[in-house]
Design a binder for this molecule. Structure first.
Ligand code: IMP
Ligand code: MG
Length: 188
């Protein structure tokens, strides 16, 4: 059962750890190595497109390990307004940057759940004719997705739980936890 008041008031020590900070750091390094290998020798510019706000910690750790020339052009997609714990349909809140035209685009998101976010971005990106599009997420939920969507890089497969921390929120809270935790009292 969703009990909003208690979920946002939980203290960090009351939020059970699903993936600790050391495991996250290790996996982010591995993803950076993979991306650097694949993006290092391409025939056009590379643009990273972090999906705000959830990917902010992930992308800031990732880019500091990516030693290749790139632009970073964030977009904002909202699908979980307020206390929602199921996607209400992904909506793009910012224009697709024109600077992506002709570049190799890498969408960076915190978590792949229903697939709605990646689906809408991949569709809308078509308007600026990128040279290629890939997606990289930190977490992938083990669920039947309503949108079948390609995701070339992912950090961890996780169970179908509502998670917070390392950028992910519940009603705007808990993004600052240094680990991924699962909230008590919340059903995914
Ligand atoms: P999708 O569009 O359903 O694939 O979900 C992707 C977006 O929903 C992510 O970018 C997150 O912002 C949000 N989201 C999905 N699952 C969770 C979760 O367990 N905790 C926090 N945010 C989530
Ligand atoms: Mg998001």
């Amino acid at each position: 059962m969703t009990t909003p008041g208690s979920a946002i008031n939980q203290l960090p020590e009351d939020i059970p750890v699903l993936i600790d900070a050391d495991r996250i750091a290790q996996r982010v390094s591995e993803l950076a190595t993979e991306l650097e290998r694949d993006l290092g020798e391409l025939d056009a510019e590379v643009t990273l497109v972090p999906v705000m706000t959830g990917s902010m910690l992930f992308v800031s750790d990732l880019i500091r390990q990516l030693k290749i020339p790139m632009r970073i052009e964030p977009v904002t997609v909202q699908s979980y307004p307020g206390t929602a714990t199921h996607s209400r349909g992904a909506r793009l809140q910012t224009p697709i940057p024109e600077v992506l035209r002709g570049t190799h685009v890498v969408i960076i998101d915190d978590i792949l759940d229903s697939g709605g976010t990646l689906n809408i971005l991949r569709n809308l990106l078509g308007a600026v004719e990128p040279r290629s599009v890939r997606a990289c997420v930190l977490l992938k939920k083990s669920v039947t997705r309503s949108h079948e969507v390609d995701c070339e890089y992912s950090g961890f497969d996780i169970p179908d739980k509502f998670v917070v921390g390392y950028g992910l929120d519940y009603d705007g809270f808990h993004r600052n936890l240094p680990y991924i935790g699962s909230l008590r009292n919340i059903e995914s």
